[in-house]
Design a protein around this ligand. Structure first.
Ligand code: GLC
Length: 566
């Protein structure tokens, strides 16, 4: 191991993300809940994961499924009670699982008491908890908004004749971090959850919190990407994260992972280098935009993506954290389509190998691996046909915007089949009974019908060859080889467009990882500089061809193999 790298539980742990609305309903209201998760803890433990990241469960009017919080210290009634939450945390800790909550403090709900006060008058004590632009100064400089039907991040409010800032929906006003009182409120609510025993936070769009309150103009032709880069580089971002670390985080043994759109390879270490005292890890967006149209976040690129670029992204990010900081490796989350549909292949012929190959990938990379619920059984995109099927404010408001502008709605709907966030939000597929065993009521969003075609826990539980049982084996392989966590990474066969091959080295141990992203058999020759006498297979998701030699391999479609070299 690199001597500088300190071991820790959040580096060695495997994360499993749960979108609570969609995981398991226990009371028949069609919405997943905390008790549903409690009932499934033994299942979660059986997967070999260690850390659960829970999307927001706080009180919320659900404009954006809980990312619009109206009370940071209580549980959303749809999801349960504080007693349920305490029982969940206790049940997790008893099983040796850690709990990471979502911290959404770039913005609150407009129904939060702070905002109600803030908008009531210009001299209210909470006025400066949010960003206001008084109308007598004219129209505010353009700011782009993610979910607004006009993409406008300023909303006029007649009560005080002023505009408030909302990078997301009009019901998600941005909190004013430049106000020290607001920062103290946030630190207090963080302490509230840490005192309960919570093990960390995933911090929603944390790169956006600090704003240049002189609100400089951007050029008229600025695209969403230009705004995102600006939002991410607020003048006091590092000052505030450092303060948060000093005042709160450093007092607890917790993990932090920031969602960090706009953070680049060049400034990555500013956020997570140990000597900075800020965060442990963050999610960058380079992979999440690889298959997107230039400058866009939610629109597909008709030219697709290439494996060479995919490899380049992972290799460059690995190099950044080789000596300092620590990376997070992920292929999806609740904001992006399903992994196997997006980066693999969900056709009946290739689905199993593609899903297990991608699992193998995340579990053999350096950095903390993040899985999203349902990945372990290879859940796929639902590909809705009609706008009425969508529940996501993002899709619905983009549709309204295109309709108002007279744009091509059919083209948009076609694109959303691959890009839409709701692909990730369909319910967990437990069994083959109605609604896949997710609910006895009407599910809040449609269930993918392939729960009757093998994509369910029950169908896979007793099949040793299933995606689910492969997942359990490959998590065990990572656990048994600390070199797969900390070992250095070397990309092999750089220009190969079909196979991702890399080497992990740790002290005297070396691991060779071969991953096919191809629908054909692929012959591969391992470069001569890798000297080894013996090669021992640790795991493979398919049969190995008999005719392979020590340096030449023939991979079946979407095959993954991990070897130990000596
Ligand atoms: C983050 C969340 C996303 C949410 C947005 C606004 O990107 O992951 O789900 O819509 O922030 O809170």
């Amino acid at each position: 191991m690199n001597q500088a790298v300190k071991r820790s539980w959040w580096k060695e742990g495997i994360v499993y993300q749960i979108y609570p609305r969609s995981f398991q309903d226990s009371d028949g209201n069609g919405i997943g809940d905390i008790r549903g998760i409690i009932n499934r803890l033994d299942y979660i433990k059986s997967l070999g994961v260690d850390i659960i990241w829970l999307n927001p469960v706080y009180e919320s009017p659900n404009d954006d499924n809980g990312y619009d919080i109206s009370d940071y210290r209580s549980i959303m009634s749809d999801l349960g009670t504080m007693e349920d939450f305490d029982e969940l945390l206790e049940g997790m800790h008893r099983r040796g699982l850690k709990l990471v909550m979502d911290l959404v403090v770039n913005h609150s709900s407009d129904e939060h008491r702070w905002f109600q006060e803030s908008k009531s008058s210009r001299d209210n004590p909470y006025r400066d908890h949010y960003h206001w632009w008084p109308a007598e100064k004219g129209t505010p400089p353009k700011r782009w908004s993610y979910f607004d039907v006009e993409s406008n991040a300023w909303k006029y409010d007649a009560t005080t004749d002023a505009y408030y800032l909302h990078y997301f929906s009009i019901k998600q006003p941005d909190l004013n971090w430049e106000n020290p009182k607001l920062r103290q409120e946030v630190y207090d609510l963080m302490r509230f959850w840490f005192e309960k025993g919570v093990d960390g936070f995933r911090m929603d769009v944390i790169s956006f919190i600090s704003k240049d309150t002189s609100f400089p103009r951007l050029p008229d032709d600025a695209v969403p990407d230009d705004f995102i880069s600006m939002y991410a580089n607020g003048p006091n971002l590092h000052k505030y994260l450092n303060e948060m670390n000093r005042e709160v985080l450093s007092n607890y043994d917790v993990m932090t992972v920031g969602e960090a759109p706009g953070v680049t390879l060049e400034n990555a270490l500013d956020l997570v280098s140990e000597d900075r005292g800020e965060l442990n890890m963050f999610f960058h967006f380079d992979l999440m935009t690889l298959d997107r149209a230039p400058g866009e976040v939610f629109k597909m690129n008709p030219n697709g993506w290439s494996l060479k670029e995919f490899k380049r992204i992972f290799s460059e990010w690995d190099a950044v954290f080789a000596r300092k900081g620590w990376g997070s490796v992920f292929l999806n989350n609740h904001d992006f389509p399903r992994t196997v549909s997006r980066w693999g292949n969900d056709s009946p012929e290739h689905w199993r190998n593609a899903a297990t190959m991608l699992q193998t990938f995340l579990l053999t990379m350096r950095g903390t691996p993040y899985f999203y619920f349902g990945d372990e059984i290879g859940m796929t995109n639902i590909r809705f046909d009609r706008i009425e099927q969508y529940k996501d404010i993002n899709t619905i408001n983009m549709y309204k915007k295109i309709a108002t502008e007279g744009g091509d709605l059919d083209e948009f709907l076609l694109d959303q089949k691959d890009a839409g966030r709701d692909n990730a939000r369909t319910p967990m597929q437990w069994d083959e009974t109605d609604n896949a065993g997710f609910t006895k009521g009407d599910p809040w969003i449609e269930v993918n019908s392939n729960y009757k075609k093998g994509v369910s826990v029950v169908a896979q539980e007793n099949d040793p060859y299933s995606v689910l049982n492969y997942f359990r084996r490959v998590t065990a392989v990572r656990k048994a080889h600390v070199g797969l966590v900390y070992g250095s990474y070397e990309l092999l066969n750089v220009n190969n467009e079909n196979v991702y091959a890399f080497l992990r080295s740790h002290d005297k141990e070396r691991y060779l990882v071969l991953l096919s992203f191809s629908t054909q058999n692929e012959a591969l020759t391992i470069p001569g500089h890798l000297n080894y006498n013996r090669i021992e297979k640790l795991i493979s998701n398919d049969l190995i061809k008999d005719d392979e030699t020590y340096k030449e391999f023939l991979l079946r479609p979407y095959q993954a193999i991990v070897y130990k070299l000596s």
